[in-house]
Design a protein around this ligand. Structure first.
Ligand SMILES: [Zn+2]
Length: 297
């Protein structure tokens, strides 16, 4: 399942390629699970809009969209674009959002209309630059949503706090008030947004905290070590292009390679990189949890 660094990597890659582009034609599949907003309404809402920016919020990819500047004829003439007109709308305030959640196996790819369409492609969005944006998702836990901010829809917000920017006091407050295993608390998306199994295990290892510890028993110093470890590991993983242990592929179709650097995640029985003690695996919060019994007292 893509975690924060993977989603960030995809969002940045897509932003680099489609920012300022205009949506000329939209095709959506008919699998109801995929569409949080009915596909016909989404397609109508997206057509003709300029993509102002693409960014990550929590584990979602949010397309900020400008006004639908358009005449009906343009949809049939994808090549017929005045670049000046496209650029004119780039700096405006977002009027709508297209929100993509990758789920377990979702992929967002920037390609060209003539490239072969992979199975399980649920969305194809043709852009004025000649690019085509595709959403592919074999297991269909991903979601596509359209929000028209001009007609009163609220801008998308992630449920939990953002781990890359959260302050020490807020971080401590979130965990102190609860009595969860710290591993379970890190995975709880309503507390922190976007932290999954890999980065929970890795950050607990770096902070020297046993995954079973109760959140209300952690000291201020331990919580601060954890906050900094999480931020450092997530930022590092983003720099490396995210992990690719499952089906995650970034916007270019390139695999990330953070998995080469894992210290504990899926290294059961292998020697700890710090002290040589074999890495242990337990089940916690229903998830495989990896730690070093010596480095994480
Ligand atoms: Zn160790």
């Amino acid at each position: 399942m893509p975690e924060l660094p993977e989603v960030e990597t995809v969002a940045r890659g897509v932003n680099k390629r489609v920012r300022g582009d205009r949506i000329v034609q939209v095709w959506f599949g008919n699998r109801p699970q995929t569409f949080k907003t009915p596909p016909a309404r989404q397609a109508k809402g997206l057509a003709g809009r300029t993509i102002l920016a693409v960014h990550r919020t929590g584990k979602h990819i949010v397309f900020e969209l400008g006004a639908a500047a358009g005449t009906a004829g343009r949809r049939n003439q994808p090549g017929n674009t005045d670049p000046k007109q496209t650029n004119a709308n780039q700096t405006g305030k977002p009027e709508a959002q297209w929100i993509v959640h990758l789920g377990m196996t979702g992929r967002l790819l920037v390609t060209t209309p003539d490239s072969p369409v992979a199975p399980h492609t649920h969305a194809r969005i043709e852009l004025s630059s000649g690019h085509e944006l595709r959403f592919q998702d074999p297991r269909r836990f991903g979601r596509l949503e359209f929000r028209n901010l001009r007609s009163g829809a609220a801008a998308f917000e992630a449920p939990g706090a953002e781990p890359l920017t959260i302050e020490a006091s807020e971080f401590a407050e979130i965990f102190r008030r609860r009595r969860l295993h710290i591993k379970a608390a890190l995975l709880n998306q309503t507390l922190l947004a976007g932290v999954g199994n890999i980065y929970a295990d890795e950050s607990l290892f770096q902070a020297g905290i046993r995954p079973r510890r109760r959140t209300n028993r952690l000291t201020t110093a331990e919580l601060e070590r954890l906050r900094l470890a999480l931020r450092q590991i997530l930022a590092h993983a983003i720099r490396l292009g995210g992990s690719s242990v499952s089906d995650y592929v970034d916007a270019d179709g390139e695999r990330g390679f953070f998995q080469l650097e894992h210290c504990v995640y899926q290294r059961t029985g292998e020697p700890c990189r710090h002290c040589g003690t074999p890495i242990q695996r337990i089940e916690l919060a229903g998830r495989g949890t990896h730690f070093c019994s010596r480095c994480q007292p």
